[in-house]
Design a protein around this ligand. Structure first.
Ligand SMILES: [Ca+2]
Length: 356
């Protein structure tokens, strides 16, 4: 659905993250404890094969999926029991250097670089049908958090090669995550690399790093011992960025500590595509059916906020998430995005099954 690259629709997609946070409680659907006791436990299994370069072993096991203490994120409720098999996961989001190698080898053009077809944009003047992508632009003063158009702009010529527009490039950011990738761009890279995108369940299990029902991939507190463990937004979003964590935009993929599985940037820096379609009722449907084994998401997509758009799940939050906006660095929280739309804070990483 290329028309989604039109600015308005793209902005609507992002508006879904702007709900303020309310008091924290949690809803849990508990399966029988005796059943869970028979499931594989974390860390039981050692890596079964030589470690693929740049990938970490995720041992598989059972876990509680969903956001603990996020009542204003109903799509991440209820917390429910899930089992995933072992797999390998990229230690970091795919970097600009890695994506450049893929493009050099294949000649691939991303969705944001392709010409726009007039028939797919009825009513839009020809001179405006210029390839581009959606770029965060910091407003000069206070704006309403209900108005994402105040900080998102469709920039002609913006793409993974030119993250802020035609005059920008990725020099000096080779080890930053690639951005402005649509879902099919991420899937094409994964296929070339002999991998695939993670399911949402795999992403969350991996992000938790072996910690049970913690709010963050690194534990209980946003700033343990006063130190930030992810590239998020500090200050009053979106007009004030104090850059307490050292990064105004994206950061090198290993700039913050790895989690318990040796995975970097599982929260913050950039959103990351998963292979699952998005529906707000996925967890509610699943929780009533007992323990889910290797769930792959629903067969279709539906977002009541934008019924015509086809969306896949995104996870991890980004450098634009703060305590007053987005907050999707919570390890159990969910994101969503129209499949043809890339943005300046959206990337991906890949997985590969582990030999049994
Ligand atoms: Ca930051």
């Amino acid at each position: 659905m290329p028309r989604a690259r039109a600015p308005l629709l793209g902005l609507l997609l992002l508006a879904a993250c702007s709900r303020p946070q309310a008091e924290r409680t949690s809803t849990t659907v508990a399966p029988p404890v005796t059943t869970l006791a028979f499931l594989p436990k974390l860390g039981e299994r050692a890596a079964p094969e030589p470690k693929p370069s740049g990938m970490a072993f995720v041992p598989g096991g059972s876990f509680w999926m969903g956001c603990t203490g996020c009542p204003d994120m109903p799509d991440a409720q209820p917390v429910h029991a899930v089992v995933v098999d072992a797999f390998w996961m990229d230690e970091t989001p795919v970097t600009n250097a890695q994506f450049a190698a893929f493009v050099k080898a294949t000649g691939y053009k991303t969705v944001a670089e392709r010409p726009l077809k007039p028939e797919e944009f009825p009513g839009v003047p020809r001179e405006d049908l210029v390839p581009g992508s959606i770029v965060f632009t910091q407003p000069g003063g206070e704006v309403s958090l209900r108005n994402p158009q105040a900080w998102w702009r469709y920039v002609k010529g913006a793409s993974w090669r030119h993250p802020e527009g035609p005059k920008s490039d990725t020099r000096g950011r080779e080890d930053h995550p690639v951005v402005h990738v649509a879902h099919e761009d991420a899937a094409a890279y994964a296929e070339w690399a002999g991998k695939r995108l993670p399911t949402e369940a795999e992403f969350e299990f991996a992000a938790r790093g072996g910690l049970d029902r913690k709010p963050f991939s690194w534990g209980d507190e946003l700033r343990p011992a006063g130190k930030l463990h992810a590239n998020i937004w500090e200050g009053r979003f979106p007009s004030e960025n104090t850059v307490e964590d050292g990064y105004r935009g994206t950061s090198p993929v290993r700039a913050f500590p790895a989690n318990g599985f040796g995975l970097y940037d599982m929260g913050g820096n950039v959103w990351q595509w998963t292979g699952d379609w998005y529906r707000p009722d996925t967890y509610a449907r699943r929780a009533g059916a007992g323990i889910s084994e290797n769930p792959k998401g629903p067969d279709d997509s539906h977002d009541p906020d934008e019924p015509g758009a086809r969306k896949r799940v995104q996870r991890g939050g980004s450098y634009l998430c703060s305590d007053r906006y987005c907050q999707r660095y919570y390890v159990g929280s969910r994101g969503k995005g129209e499949i043809s739309s890339g943005t300046s804070n959206l990337g991906f990483r890949c997985v590969r099954p582990a030999a049994r």
